[in-house]
Design a protein around this ligand. Structure first.
Ligand SMILES: [Zn+2]
Ligand SMILES: [Zn+2]
Length: 97
């Protein structure tokens, strides 16, 4: 995963939470940001361990996948990509267990 850096001091940010913000009402985070989406907006909340700066990001496809799968992921020994525990076969490279 690509490392996200603090805009203020350059330290590596740490992921605090991943959440879905309901659009269509005033949000404590985004204030009056235009409601581009109806429904929810997925965000990753990152914090800087050095200066305490909080930053918000839209999750990458990989992060969305990880969130959806939760703890039910394993890493393929062949291609190194993550997939569901229940898979008998890696969906990325076809490796069979
Ligand atoms: Zn910082
Ligand atoms: Zn694989």
């Amino acid at each position: 995963m690509e490392e996200r850096k603090c805009l203020r001091c350059g330290a590596a940010l740490q992921r605090v939470a991943q959440d879905t913000i309901q659009m269509g009402k005033t949000s404590w985070i985004f204030g009056d940001l235009p409601n581009l989406l109806s429904g929810g907006l997925d965000v990753v909340i990152m914090a800087c361990p050095e200066c305490g700066e909080l930053s918000f990001f839209v999750p990458t496809e990989q992060e969305k996948e990880e969130q959806a799968l939760g703890a039910l992921v394993k890493t393929c020994p062949s291609c190194g990509k993550k997939h569901h525990m229940a898979d008998r076969r890696c969906p990325h490279c076809g490796h069979t267990y």
